[in-house]
Design a protein. Structure first.
Length: 399
């Protein structure tokens, strides 16, 4: 009798670089060590009370399926939210998804066949790899560099990588993991590439509200490329609402919309309580983000200052989101991040970071880089940086 086997897709599915060290963190906690979690984008900002109350006080007899595109009342409200952000769409161009994750996966599956290619500037959000494997798509990385703050690579680098299998470009703006904010001029470069080579331009704009010195320019504001642009969005970070699992797939391309709605119908409907939360969030006052953004900016300024004051460390100042990438004087970021949890503590405390290797598609890149999510309060960030500074002094694999 032949043995049961696991699919090739299963073997190719990469582990999360953000979550794979969790067992080591749990073991450290069992030993009585406090772990500062800078490894994952889980904000400590409270979810707005109005959002939680909308779920708590919802009054219905049956928790029904919604329309596969999401509740019409929610989609109509989202139109007004996007209008405030200078994005003009109608509610029939929005499909509510189970988190931004499903929006990305639907886009990959609707726009690409097995073996097709999607170009993504690296370092990039690690789960793009998982979505690509699920859809049978190959990710082609174009390297950006810490020395210039991870700015968009030259157009020549993109053109050298475009083949007859290339179907799309993905840009995360502001970027996860680098925090880089792409300018209007850089977005225009991507538009010209998309038009010249007849490509989709997927824009992941999960961190739109968190831009610190410059304003956000959305891919949906680009002119003359309505059929090419796809917006992938989520309420997770915007309203500190990660567990609601509510996102959106938005396109003005009618044929693409009609294709994606079939994938949406196959999974029936997005989460009911999550849609209630998302709809309530739109009613928050216009100044809601002022305090949140100011808090993240203060955290960014502190963590960048502390990192750059450490010997041998370099961290460019991110323009948005709540992540920073830092270059450390270490031999191997995977080993270092595990060592922090397994063998190091300072005053019974340590820090959990995400090794940057998991954010690169190119082999052996990110060996001396880590991603830090500044999602903890200022006191916790200071304590975490104290730990990191001591750890770099003690780490046996210093470079």
């Amino acid at each position: 009798m032949s043995q049961l086997t696991i699919s090739k897709r299963g073997h190719h599915m990469p582990p999360s670089p953000i979550r794979k060290l969790v067992p080591y963190a749990e073991a450290a906690k069992h030993k009585g060590i406090k772990v500062y979690h800078l490894n994952i984008g889980q904000p400590d900002i409270e979810t707005p009370k109005r959002v939680l109350d909308a779920v708590r006080h919802s009054d219905f007899k049956i928790l029904e399926y919604s329309h596969s595109a999401g509740n019409e009342s929610y989609r109509r409200k989202l139109v007004h939210y996007y209008e405030k952000n200078n994005i003009s769409i109608n509610y029939n161009q929005i499909i509510i998804t189970t988190g931004g994750s499903e929006a990305i996966l639907f886009g990959f599956m609707a726009c690409m066949d097995d073996g097709d290619e999607v170009i993504i500037p690296e370092p990039y959000y690690a789960n793009y790899n998982g979505f690509a494997v699920s859809a049978g798509v190959n990710v082609v990385p174009i390297t950006s560099h810490i020395e210039n703050g991870f700015a968009l690579p030259p157009i020549e680098d993109f053109e050298k990588s475009i083949t007859d299998r290339t179907k799309a470009i993905v840009v995360c703006n502001p970027n996860n993991p680098t925090g880089y904010l792409y300018s209007k001029e850089e977005m225009e470069v991507l538009k010209e590439l998309a038009l010249k080579y007849n490509l989709y331009l997927f824009a992941d704009e999960a961190y739109r509200e968190f831009c610190y010195e410059e304003k956000h320019f959305s891919a949906m504001q680009l002119q003359g490329c309505d059929d090419n642009v796809v917006l992938m969005d989520t309420i997770s970070k915007r309203y500190s609402c990660c567990g609601a699992r509510i996102g959106a797939f938005i396109t003005r391309n009618k044929e693409l919309y009609n294709t994606v709605i079939k994938f949406a119908q196959a999974r029936l409907s997005p989460p009911g309580f999550g849609q209630i939360a998302g709809e309530a969030a739109i009613d928050l006052p216009d100044n809601y983000f002022d305090v949140t953004k100011a808090e993240y900016k203060a955290r960014r300024d502190l963590i960048v200052k502390r990192l750059n004051a450490m010997k041998g460390v370099y961290c460019p100042k991110p323009g948005g989101a709540f992540y920073a990438m830092a270059k450390l004087p270490i031999d191997d970021s995977d080993k270092f991040c595990q060592w922090l949890l397994e063998e190091f503590s300072y005053n019974k405390q340590t820090v959990m970071l995400a090794p940057a290797t998991g954010f690169y598609g190119s082999k052996d890149f990110g060996k001396n880089e880590v991603r830090l999510a500044y999602v903890l309060n200022l006191d916790s960030i200071n304590a975490a940086m104290d730990c990191l500074e001591k750890a770099l002094e003690q780490y046996p694999g210093k470079a």
